[in-house]
Design a protein around this ligand. Structure first.
Ligand SMILES: Nc1nc2c(c(=O)[nH]1)N[C@H]1C(S)=C(S)[C@@H](COP(=O)(O)OP(=O)(O)OC[C@H]3O[C@@H](n4cnc5c(N)ncnc54)[C@H](O)[C@@H]3O)O[C@H]1N2
Ligand code: MOO
Length: 421
């Protein structure tokens, strides 16, 4: 019973170091939520040309010094090539009306937004081709060369790296993929997770079944963990199984799960009770224990093992989470989610959590990492929910997530904050 790792992140890393992404496949069309297994490079400059950032007037050097009326000699609209202006037009008193996103004509050195001009519409008496005239307002003269022009390639040069392999595609990354014409890409395969709950105390209610007795419980861990896994876009719907507290049956359920899944999460049966068979069954199967018990509350009895069926087979992580609902849920967020992200190929698989301050930490301290359910009550500010027991799933439902305080701390922090998904 050694508590080998002082910090949860070290324990997570010890398993993560042993596992690899589960596989690679071609992702077509719907890439959102998937993890890129290849790097994406720009197929052309971004932007692809010098474009206007404002609706206004593209001007040639020197035109700001003209105080009278200037003719509008051409229009630049998005989606069309810029007009080629003759030298007389460009050097004379003509300016070019331009709209946001349109390509800036060659030779123009800035765009003056239309609010900084006085515009006169062409009237019916004017030449049919007339686009009207403008005069400068004083603000126009405060402009510098380059104003309101997005230069070709200023975001990225064609051929350069846009998104590295290991990127989880969310909405902002979709913008890049769409912009660089990527409709399909190599992605990591979805992770298959099995959830096994254990215990003889689970009631089997349902059509015609006996009513639940006070010595029985309803299986909440199963659906809680499934909800957490479901919320990860890079997993398939998890498989749920249950085992009684009986070693042979438990071994059978675990073997079946591990054969067709990339990771297994167990709850219950990891502590010191006579009926806590999870550690011994896994050991007898040949799994390698990475940790059993960590300096953590709740969830101290947590078990982390890796299992490899043959020397050629992938290494699969198996977590034995304590059965108490709060311990199982916090343990799943803190330990299982990063490991699943690692299996899914996410390069930032255990990201730095945001920090929040605790309004009233109380005076109690613990010589271990203390995960405490909190509710967010202001920007970067949290308060403890009243019930903190590891079986108090009612209080947990009133929390937004939990903070993690290191050993012997009892101040306001700020502390790492893990939000529920
Ligand atoms: N002598 C010791 N006893 C205990 C220790 C210890 O160090 N020495 N650790 C305690 C701590 S801390 C925890 S946490 C629990 C963990 O125990 P197990 O993982 O073996 O879990 P069980 O005993 O099977 O169950 C604990 C608790 O959780 C309920 N449970 C179990 N499964 C579910 C489920 N699927 N849905 C809802 N609730 C579930 C179960 O009924 C128990 O009430 O051990 C302490 N004991
Ligand atoms: O650490 Mo256990 O999870 O308190 O109940």
């Amino acid at each position: 019973m050694n508590e080998t790792f002082e910090h949860p992140d070290a324990a997570i890393a010890a398993i993560a170091d042993r596992v690899l992404p589960v596989g690679v496949e071609l992702g077509c069309e719907d890439l959102v939520g998937r993890v890129l297994a290849e790097s994406i490079h720009a197929d052309r400059d971004s932007p692809a040309a010098d474009v206007s950032a404002m609706d206004g007037y593209a001007i040639f050097p020197g035109q700001l010094s003209q105080s009278g009326e200037l003719n509008v000699v051409a229009e630049c609209v998005p989606g069309s090539p810029p007009p080629e202006l003759s030298p007389s037009k460009s050097s004379g008193s003509g300016v070019v009306r331009i709209f946001t996103g349109a390509v800036v004509p060659r030779g123009c050195d800035r765009v003056i937004q239309r609010e900084h001009t006085i515009e006169s519409q062409a009237t019916i008496d004017d030449d049919a081709a007339s686009l009207g005239t403008i005069r400068w307002k004083p603000q126009a003269n405060e402009s510098q060369p380059g104003l309101n022009i997005r230069r070709r390639g200023e975001n990225l040069r064609g051929g350069d790296l846009a998104l590295p392999a290991g990127t989880l595609v969310k909405s902002p990354q979709m913008a890049s993929l769409a912009n660089f014409g990527i409709r399909s890409a190599s992605v990591y395969s979805l992770v298959r997770v099995a959830i096994i709950t254990t215990g003889d105390e689970m009631a089997s209610e349902g059509d015609g079944g006996p009513p639940i007795s006070p010595w029985q419980i309803r299986n909440s861990n199963s659906l809680t963990l499934a909800a957490l896994i479901d919320a990860c876009s890079y997993t398939v719907i998890p498989t749920l199984a249950h085992s009684p507290d009986e070693p042979e049956a438990l071994r059978g359920v675990i073997e079946q799960a591990i054969a067709s899944h990339d990771a297994v999460l167990l709850t219950g049966g990891v502590s010191m009770g006579d009926h806590d068979y999870v550690p011994s069954v896994l050991k007898n199967m040949g799994a390698e224990t990475i940790f059993h018990r960590l300096p953590l509350r709740p969830g101290r009895p947590i078990l982390g093992v890796v299992y490899q069926e043959t020397s050629q087979a992938p290494v699969k992580p198996i977590l034995g989470l304590p059965g108490n609902p709060v311990s199982a849920t916090m343990g799943a967020v803190r330990f299982a989610l990063p490991l699943i992200a690692k299996l899914a190929g996410v390069s930032d698989w255990n990201p730095h959590p945001p920090l929040v301050r605790l309004e009233d930490a109380g005076s109690k301290t613990l010589p271990l990492h203390w995960m405490r359910a909190v509710r967010m009550i202001g920007p970067g500010l949290a308060e403890l929910v009243i019930g903190q027991g590891s079986g108090d799933l009612v209080s947990m439902a009133q929390s937004d997530g939990f903070i993690e305080m290191p050993a012997n701390a009892n101040d306001e922090g700020p502390w790492p904050y893990f939000a529920w998904s």
